[in-house]
Design a protein. Structure first.
Length: 284
């Protein structure tokens, strides 16, 4: 096992790129001692820690059009576009079994990042220490407005990407000298300022939570600032970045199977091409 950290950005179904890279890692026997994920990054990270290559792809490709999993109607009625009860229930227990035993027994540290609704700040949930890791992962992946707040130990949480879209500093603060970051956007990508309509939607839903609103309004500036810092750290050899080579056209709730499959294959291609440089960086 490599004594290093693996940091996984979110991006909902853009996580298919991450899934492709991680499957290459698993096939090559590359295991990091510490993994953290935000939003969709936590979902990919769970399958990686459980050593289930191909599972993220299988679940997405087979169930993206299944209303038990993704439903715009459910979003309007229950504010839950992704059905996590189905995902972690019947799907993970029976249809495409998730290896919970391997996940929980793995010596790899795994943390999910979620945003506390009352404070608007990120909190970290670690496998083996968190009372309900599945709920923590659900919280991390619950997009604002498109998902309900998730209760973990009596506190309400939403998408970790609201407050901390890429938790590379967390890995550094944990003392890891080798940090590999998988991003779901191409180099040079920057978020545009929030539209008036988006701000109005956030204000309508989250007016009783002013600190959460502040974090939501600051998403573009925070994300773009992190991208600048990531590029600087990568150039200085302080971390290693793997990301799409071209602009990603897959949306957060992409329904086009071909686009999803193409993005997964792009992850595999880039992951394979980066292997030699990655091993040199990790000194393995």
């Amino acid at each position: 096992m490599t004594e290093g950290a693996l940091v996984l950005e979110g991006g909902s179904l853009r996580g298919m790129f991450t899934a492709g890279v991680l499957d290459v890692f698993l096939e090559q026997g590359i295991e990091f001692s510490y993994v953290n994920g935000v939003s969709a990054g936590t979902m990919c990270g769970m399958n990686y820690v459980a050593k289930q290559a191909g599972r993220t792809r299988q679940v997405t490709m087979e169930y993206i059009h299944d209303k038990r999993y993704v439903s715009f109607g459910r979003m309007l009625k229950k504010r839950q576009i992704f059905n996590f009860d189905f995902l972690f229930g019947e799907l993970s227990q029976h249809l495409v079994p998730f290896d919970f035993q391997e996940f929980y027994q793995s010596p790899q540290r795994f943390e999910a990042v979620a945003t506390r609704c009352r404070t608007g700040q990120p909190e970290f949930f670690e496998k083996g220490k968190c009372s309900d890791m599945v709920k923590a992962v659900q919280a991390s992946a619950s997009m604002p407005i498109l998902s309900k707040m998730v209760d973990v130990d009596g506190k309400k949480y939403l998408d970790g990407g609201i407050s901390l879209p890429i938790a590379y500093q967390r890995a550094i603060d944990q003392g890891y000298e080798k940090v590999v970051v998988i991003l779901t956007r191409h180099q040079g990508y920057r978020k545009k300022p929030l539209s008036k309509l988006t701000k109005k939607g956030y204000s309508r839903y989250f007016e009783p939570l002013p600190k959460l609103l502040d974090s939501l309004y600051d998403i573009p500036e925070r994300y773009n600032r992190m991208q600048e810092e990531l590029d600087e750290l990568h150039a200085a050899g302080k971390l290693f970045i793997i990301r799409p080579e071209f602009p990603v056209t897959v949306s957060r709730v992409e329904m086009d199977r071909k686009k999803l499959e193409d993005l997964y294959e792009e992850g595999r291609r880039v992951g394979t091409e980066k292997l030699e440089d990655l091993k040199n960086y990790l000194e393995i």
